[in-house]
Design a protein around this ligand. Structure first.
Ligand code: OAD
Length: 245
């Protein structure tokens, strides 16, 4: 792959870099994305029937079980070369902010620190009533586990459609995109708000925008650099070109 020299130099000299990742980054770890035309989760399931407060109110057991199934699927997977390349990049950049829409925890497992998880984390569970996090729970396979404090139903700590993003995380993500010199959009279709606006916030403030995706997205025409391909291949190549070992 031909990597533009000006991008290599920009990465070497940038002090503030932000990256937003989406489900595509975990695709090479074996996790399904949401909107891929062949096997995207939202091609098979209706988001509003599985990922909304109304769905949980209607059938909490169905929703609990669906997330328990995804939680189990995640236990079997490992970070891929793309996740590790981002860990390496962060070692060289003084102010590197990694924002993810993924709830799989794979960036942290790879060794990234201070990951901003905009949509929560599937491994965490909280009470749907009092909001208290549960460290462990007993799933008897029949009933949705309940909060030890108030007896409310437990739910996954993920953002559902119609819910607000965690405020502190969103503020940090906006701040990072407004002040970075370089913004990476990696493996995301860029259609879910407000995460999708981060790249535009960076672009409007003069940052160079780099997109890595197997497909073109609505962001592609605005991107200064677009690399079409797998993040697990492109990211390691880019990192090696910028900081050769
Ligand atoms: P999507 O499924 O919408 O998009 C995944 C993107 O990754 C697509 O643009 C693919 O072309 C691209 N892709 C697939 N494999 C790739 C690879 N190996 N390397 C690089 N790119 C690849 O997933 P997100 O954009 O993450 O929200 O979706 C955003 C949100 O929508 C998710 O966080 C989730 C979902 O509803 C919640 O659950 C709140």
């Amino acid at each position: 792959m031909d990597l533009p020299l000006d991008l290599i130099n920009l990465l070497r000299t940038s002090h503030r870099v932000a990256a937003l990742t989406g489900a595509g980054v975990s695709q090479e770890s074996g996790l399904r994305t949401f909107r891929d035309s062949r096997d995207g989760l939202w091609k098979q399931y209706q988001p509003e029937e599985l990922a909304s407060p109304a769905a949980f109110a209607r059938d909490p057991k169905l929703i609990w079980d669906w997330y328990a199934w995804r939680r189990e699927a995640i236990k079997a997977v490992r970070p891929n070369a793309g996740h590790y390349a981002l860990v390496e990049a962060a070692r060289h950049i003084s102010d590197f902010t990694l924002v993810t829409q993924n709830v799989d925890g794979l960036h942290c497992m790879a060794g990234s620190s201070k990951v901003i998880e905009l949509h929560g984390n599937l491994q965490r569970v909280r009470c749907s009533q009092c909001g208290e996090f549960a460290e462990d729970w007993n799933d008897d396979g029949v009933n949705v586990p309940r909060c030890a404090l108030c007896g409310g139903l437990l739910r996954p700590h993920v953002v559902w459609f119609g819910e607000s993003l965690p405020r502190a995380e969103l503020e940090l993500a906006i701040e990072a995109s407004r002040h970075c010199e370089l913004f990476f959009s990696i493996g995301t279709s860029g259609v879910v708000q407000p995460a999708a606006t981060l790249a535009y916030a960076a672009h409007n403030r003069g940052a160079a925008v780099v997109e890595i995706n197997t497909e073109r997205t609505p962001l592609t025409p605005k991107a200064d650099y677009f690399f079409q391909g797998k993040s697990g291949e492109i990211l390691p190549e880019l990192v090696q070109a910028v900081w050769p070992k």
